[in-house]
Design a protein around this ligand. Sequence first.
Ligand SMILES: [Zn+2]
Length: 308
Amino acid sequence: MKPTLLKMLFVLLAGVLLAPGAAAKKLNVVTSTTDMAALAQEVGGDKISVESLAKGYQDPHFVEAKPSFLLKLRHADLLISVGLQLEIGWLPPLITQCGNGRIQPGAGGYLDASQFAQILDIPTGPISRALGDVHPLGNPHYWLDPDNGRRIAKGIAAKLSEMDPADQAYFQQRLADFEKRLSEAEKRWEAQMAPFRGRKIVTYHNSWPNFAHHYGLDVVGYVEPRPGIPPTPGHTFQLIQMMKRENVKVLIMEPYFDSKTPNSIGAATGAKVLVLMPSVGGDKASTDYFKLFDYDIGLLTQAFNATK
Ligand SMILES: [Zn+2]
């Protein structure tokens, strides 16, 4: 009798203790980058907890893996990656080692967001990482086009609804609200950028093709000889000649590169060197997906206005 009674008491107690916890259980979402976390947060609201492995000021190609990443991945219900080999240098071994079957590629808790986005620079010839090109499958910096932000958010909302069907209406409502706010913001950004369509720019890394495509900017060169390859004197010399010839007055660089070469190019050509944020959280002002564009477009239009 006694063990049975104890068992009954335990079941009763467990029910009381676990029930509220079970009702409040949030999907545990881990993302490779802050941009995916920001978009997941927009649609997931308070039904998910979300954390990015990389910080917004880090080069997403080369993130230093920390032991804490393994712990986060071990407890994740869903992992959202940028894909297109952006994270190939650091994320795949962590996924393998974390021992969490739910988030392995091909499993229900693994979401490669590139499938939802418009991808530029897809190679037409044989795929090769020869010469160190870090964009062998197409350009992975696709989140810097607000239309892609909308597409990614929609894809994440579908995945969250699949994993947590009871909250489907909530996710769809959050998505609709995000789309509405994004459309309003896009009108504002479009108006700010419209006078500068056709402007020629040079960027350090090829991080901005989707942004440039969306706003009609013409990226005519890069400080890197190829994506992922540091500047060389020969390439820099040719770039300076080209920028003079083409009258390029704005050079965009990402916060995680050395400013020495960009500054010397700026001095030789009269171009303004601008540090723009390629990711949410790259600086204190860019706290969400909207503020990221506010920040970049604010600085860029200022620079365009100051140069002809
Ligand atoms: Zn890149």
